[in-house]
Design a protein around this ligand. Structure first.
Ligand code: BG6
Ligand code: MG
Length: 218
């Protein structure tokens, strides 16, 4: 049996994924009077705030000064934090609270492996912080997703090997990171690239201890 569960946050635990892209869309409209196409959202998922901005600037084919880059990062986060003010346990995705309870019952250790610097704040607002045995600080990890570093660090923070853990993701970058870490990959979402996970589920409502245990043993 697996001994640890390494969780992504945005789009796995909470429905905050779209709030990130909404914040980027507003910012880019204000600064560049440009609209971002919806298919860009997937490319900004899972990766750090700075890497998301690089993806967007690359799409717009604009380059900005370092000062401007930092300013854009700051303002995006201000916008995003504004949208987090309304966040409550109602924003926990379907089935996730029960799944976390099941893991705790089974004595599985929990770690957060999110690229978001807002992770601790969000877990507090969802009243889930005390359920986690460890939260990896993404600023302390050398290479962001799709590199495996954050999942390796998350397993280490539980005193486990990645092989003893499951990792749960909704982004393509995050799934790559789990796979490279050696953990058992659980991917959630409808993008076809997610179907290469060890266990693929369409929504969090299907995320149950029984489903993961069965897949893990096969
Ligand atoms: C990830 C999101 O969880 O966190 C990305 O999927 C986001 O879209 C990244 O860029 C960083 O989040 P934050 O809160 O530090 O800007
Ligand atoms: Mg995510």
């Amino acid at each position: 049996m697996f001994k640890g569960a390494l969780f992504d946050l945005d789009g796995v635990i909470a429905d905050t994924s779209t709030l990130h892209f909404e914040a980027w869309k507003k910012l880019i409209n204000n600064y560049f009077s440009a609209k971002l196409p919806s298919d860009l959202e997937e490319k900004t998922k899972g990766v750090s705030r700075a890497d998301s901005l690089k993806v967007i600037l690359n799409y717009l084919e604009v380059s900005v000064s370092e000062n401007m880059f930092q300013q854009l990062l700051f303002e995006k986060n201000e916008q995003y934090k504004e949208s987090l003010k309304q966040l409550s346990p109602d924003n926990i995705l379907p089935g996730v609270a029960t799944f976390i309870s099941e893991l705790k019952q089974q004595k599985v250790k929990l770690a957060l492996a999110s690229s978001s610097l807002n992770g601790p704040l969000i877990l507090e607002k969802l009243t889930l912080a005390e359920k986690f045995d460890a939260i990896v600080d993404p600023s302390k990890v050398e290479n962001g997703k799709p590199a495996p570093d954050i999942f390796i660090a998350a397993a280490q923070s539980l005193n486990l090997q990645p092989l003893e853990c499951i990792g749960i993701e909704d982004s393509i970058a995050g799934l790559k990171a789990i796979k490279e870490s050696g953990a058992f990959s659980v991917a959630i979402g409808t993008n076809s690239d997610l179907k290469t996970a060890d266990l693929h589920l369409s929504t969090t409502a299907e995320l149950t201890f029984a489903a993961v245990r069965t897949a893990y043993h096969q």
